[in-house]
Design a protein around this ligand. Structure first.
Ligand SMILES: [Zn+2]
Length: 131
C-alpha cells in the first residue's frame, strides 16, 4: 500500500508540472527557510537541508544556455526534424530547464542567449518558442 501511495503522489506532482507548462509556467519547489528553488520534488533543500517547501510558479521564459541540434531524430520524432534540444536558464532564477525547439537546423538559427519561452508540453516534453 505504501508503495502504491508514493507512486500516485509522484505522478500527480508530474501532472501538476505538466499542467503549468501547458500554461507557459514552471512549477518549482521553494524552500520555506532559505528560498532556494528546486525544479523537481526533493526531500531536503539542496542549499540548507530544510524539509519545508512551498509551490512557486515562475514565468516560463529564459535564455538559451546550450543546445543540441537533432537532424537524425529518434524513432517517432521524424516529423519534427530538424529541431533543437535546448537548455535554458529561467529569467529571475538560476534554474535550468530543457525543452524542445522546432525548426532549428543550424547554429545560425539559434545563437546562445536567444530568448525563448515555454508554450506547451506534449509527448516531446516541454515545447519552446523563440520570443
Ligand atoms: Zn533551504
Amino acid at each position: 500500500m505504501r508503495f502504491t501511495y508514493s507512486r500516485v503522489s509522484k505522478m500527480s506532482a508530474k501532472q501538476e508540472f505538466v499542467n503549468k507548462a501547458k500554461e507557459g509556467k514552471v512549477l518549482v519547489k521553494k524552500c520555506t527557510k532559505c528560498g532556494h528553488l528546486h525544479l523537481s520534488t526533493v526531500y531536503f533543500c539542496q542549499n540548507c537541508g530544510s524539509k519545508g517547501f512551498e509551490n512557486e510558479i515562475l514565468e516560463g521564459k529564459g535564455s538559451v544556455v546550450t543546445y543540441t541540434i537533432i537532424t537524425v531524430p529518434p524513432a517517432g520524432f521524424e516529423r519534427y526534424s530538424p529541431y533543437a534540444w535546448v537548455v535554458l536558464k529561467l529569467d529571475g532564477s538560476d534554474l535550468r530547464i530543457s525543452g524542445f525547439l522546432p525548426n532549428v537546423a543550424t547554429p545560425a538559427d539559434l545563437p546562445v542567449g536567444t530568448k525563448v519561452k515555454i508554450t506547451g508540453f506534449d509527448d516531446r516534453g516541454i515545447i519552446l518558442e523563440k520570443l
